[in-house]
Design a binder for this molecule. Structure first.
Ligand SMILES: Nc1ncnc2c1ncn2[C@@H]1O[C@H](COP(=O)(O)OP(=O)(O)OP(=O)(O)O)[C@@H](O)[C@H]1O
Length: 363
């Protein structure tokens, strides 16, 4: 197991507003391993920004423990609160880069000066700062625009500059707080791919806050879903994708399971006879579908009717989902599932009550 570079334990953040308290983060424990691209998704107001601001103590928690890069930054034991000294905090913060939705560049300064600005307190000489700034701009593919001003660049290019600036002090961690939310789809993909590239090239740990699951599907290896200040579900991307337990997680994942369940409900396909079951088959990489289902019939006398099929790409790997009704004797069905498991197909049985309560209409 890689080293845990971010350890938030039992962290709560409560804001005091005029006449009420807002519990933005409630007893959240989140451990991020070095080299992770950890996606944190949730609707607006779920507490994502507040939680990640705790990582570099831009937000001091009300309770809990914060350890980053092996250093204890904050700990609250009852009324006793321990906060790292201001000077050490400044130096620890340099190891944590951050990018935001609105880039936050200095508009009256050139691109290179925007990057150089972050090196002001680095102890480097002017010449070295200039060299390093060029190197950083090269890393994000923008060295040729060094003397341009932010307004002369596209949104995607401006975010690249912000990334170069965030990397100026060679951080171990990069936090992206909705870093692609203001970008069009093409620029979003380019920025996400750049983050993945930096993760691989530099071993940079990335914490990716977003309300767009597609961003997470493209680059994250782990994901946590936040709702009402809590993490309601977490895990590695494929597990969450194939075994989401919470309805909200399924809403975020979208695609496969929600659509299939809505079709099953709409056409009342969930009303099964005693020898039928609905199963979800998920397979990674290689294609399954027809030949395997034919084999179920031939070898185990189990019929399989496809209700819904879908392919998604997770971190560059195609992942197929099939919803099928299988029909056969109990023994035949057991053999069939056993066979599918041996083909490395992930099997999830869909409980009938999931298909009967309430209505979903997701297309
Ligand atoms: N400085 C603050 N003072 C008072 N309440 C705050 C403050 N910052 C955030 N909140 C409240 O805390 C809750 C969580 O906000 P937060 O910004 O962390 O959510 P989020 O999931 O990041 O959503 P968004 O994407 O809209 O920023 C919200 O109810 C918000 O109004």
């Amino acid at each position: 197991m890689a080293e845990e570079i971010i350890k938030l334990d039992d962290v709560s953040v409560t804001f005091q507003q005029k006449d009420k308290q807002v519990a933005a983060v409630k007893q959240v424990t989140l451990h991020v391993e070095q080299g992770d691209i950890y996606g944190i998704v949730g609707y607006s107001g779920a507490g994502k920004s507040t939680l990640v601001r705790v990582i570099n103590l831009l937000q001091i928690p009300t309770a809990g423990r914060v350890e980053v890069n092996g250093k204890l930054l904050y700990q609250a034991d009852g009324q006793q609160k321990k906060l790292i000294a201001a000077k050490s905090l400044r130096s620890e913060r340099r190891k944590i880069g951050m990018i935001f939705q609105h880039f936050n560049l200095l508009n009256e300064q050139t691109i290179i000066d925007n990057v150089a600005f972050a090196l002001k307190h680095s102890g480097l000489k002017e010449k070295q700062i200039e060299e390093k700034s060029h190197k950083l701009l090269k890393l994000v593919g923008l060295d040729s625009r060094a003397t341009s001003y932010p307004s002369q660049l596209s949104g995607g290019q401006q975010q690249r500059v912000a990334i170069a600036r965030a990397l100026a002090n060679d951080p171990e961690i990069l936090i992206s707080d909705e870093g692609t939310s203001a970008l069009d789809p093409k620029n979003t993909i380019q920025i996400l791919d750049l983050l993945k590239d930096l993760n691989q090239k530099l071993g940079l740990t990335v914490v990716l806050i977003t309300h767009e699951m597609d961003a997470v599907k493209r680059i994250a290896n782990k994901v946590a879903v936040m709702d009402g200040g809590r993490i309601i579900e977490r895990g590695n991307l494929l597990d969450i994708f194939t075994h989401a337990k919470q309805q909200l997680t399924r809403e975020f994942i979208g695609g496969g399971s929600l659509k299939a369940i809505s079709i099953l409900k709409k056409y009342q396909l969930g009303k099964l006879s005693a020898d039928e079951r609905i199963i979800q088959l998920t397979y990674v990489g290689n294609s399954v579908s027809e030949p395997i289902l034919v084999k179920l019939y031939r070898d185990f006398n189990v019929e399989a009717n496809i209700i819904y099929s879908n392919i998604e790409v997770l971190r560059g790997t195609p992942v197929g989902t099939l919803f099928v009704i299988i029909k056969g004797t109990s023994a035949g069905r057991i053999q069939a599932l056993d066979y599918l498991q041996k083909q490395e197909v992930i099997i999830t049985e869909i409980a009938e009550d999931e298909l009967q309560e309430g209505e979903t209409d997701n297309g």
